[in-house]
Design a protein around this ligand. Structure first.
Ligand SMILES: C[S@@+](CC[C@H](N)C(=O)[O-])C[C@H]1O[C@@H](n2cnc3c(N)ncnc32)[C@H](O)[C@@H]1O
Length: 224
């Protein structure tokens, strides 16, 4: 799916991927990363995910990157936070402060084309529906770019969807456990934390005729 199609989805409100309550893996597993509230969190392809507000509530400075300005505006409206809006070398930035001392800044930019200033050096990351939003041809570039942005001791949560080839037209695209190891294995140690049967859970992502749909959550620790 190209950039124009993502922007059209936001424009038309076709955002079935958005989880108004945030993703349960954040509450379940964030502490497994041994996070310090002073550490910065990168949320690539962030949409208007509530997870960013949860992380800011925990005191983190959260750095989102998102194509759609509509998403950035909606995030702050729904958070009831009035953002400062300014231009950066990466693109327009919406930044708001949280009572906890945390903050969220969302840079409106193409993840692959920005200068790379915002969010650089983040110690933590949260990838929910970012890697799986991209076709296979873009995934290596995505991972290279993500690694460039992260600190040496970086760790994060990666949430993927795995289903048999051909049973759904992405996004979300199927990313297998083997794919995760092939993409990240050199730079990260990878621990699978959970495998949720999304068919049994009647997950809205499923389309008719699917025989398997598993949502995997991985703990990622950058190798020193
Ligand atoms: C499946 S959604 C997931 C959003 C969010 N992570 C969540 O959990 O709700 C993928 C998001 O990536 C954005 N996106 C797609 N390609 C992008 C790119 N090249 N650069 C920045 N954002 C992009 C889309 O606009 C969309 O909001």
């Amino acid at each position: 799916m190209d950039n124009a199609s993502w922007l059209a989805r936001w424009q038309d409100g076709r955002i079935g991927f958005h989880q108004p309550e945030g993703h349960p893996a954040l509450a379940a597993y964030w502490d497994w990363l041994d996070p310090n509230s002073h550490e910065h969190v990168l949320t690539p392809l962030c949409g208007k995910a509530r997870d960013m507000a949860t992380l800011a509530d925990r005191g983190h400075a959260v750095h989102g990157i998102e194509l759609s300005e509509h998403a950035a505006q909606a995030f702050f409206e729904e958070s009831d936070v009035s953002p400062a809006i300014f231009e950066t070398a990466d693109g327009k930035c919406y930044q708001g402060e949280w009572a906890s001392g945390g903050s969220v800044s969302i840079v409106v930019a193409d993840f692959f084309k920005r200068a790379g200033i915002s969010g650089s050096g983040c110690e933590l990351f949260f990838d929910r529906a970012a890697l799986i939003a991209l076709p296979a041809s873009l995934r290596e570039r995505y991972v290279e770019r993500l690694i460039e942005d992260l600190a040496e001791n970086a760790r994060g949560l990666l949430i993927t969807i795995d289903y048999p080839a051909g049973q759904m037209t992405g996004p979300p695209f199927s990313v297998t456990e083997n794919d995760v190891h092939a993409l990240y294995g050199q730079a990260f140690t990878i621990t699978k934390l959970s495998a949720r049967d999304a068919l049994a859970d009647n997950d809205p992502i499923q389309s008719s005729g699917m025989s398997r749909l598993v949502e995997n959550t991985f703990l990622m620790q950058r190798r020193l």
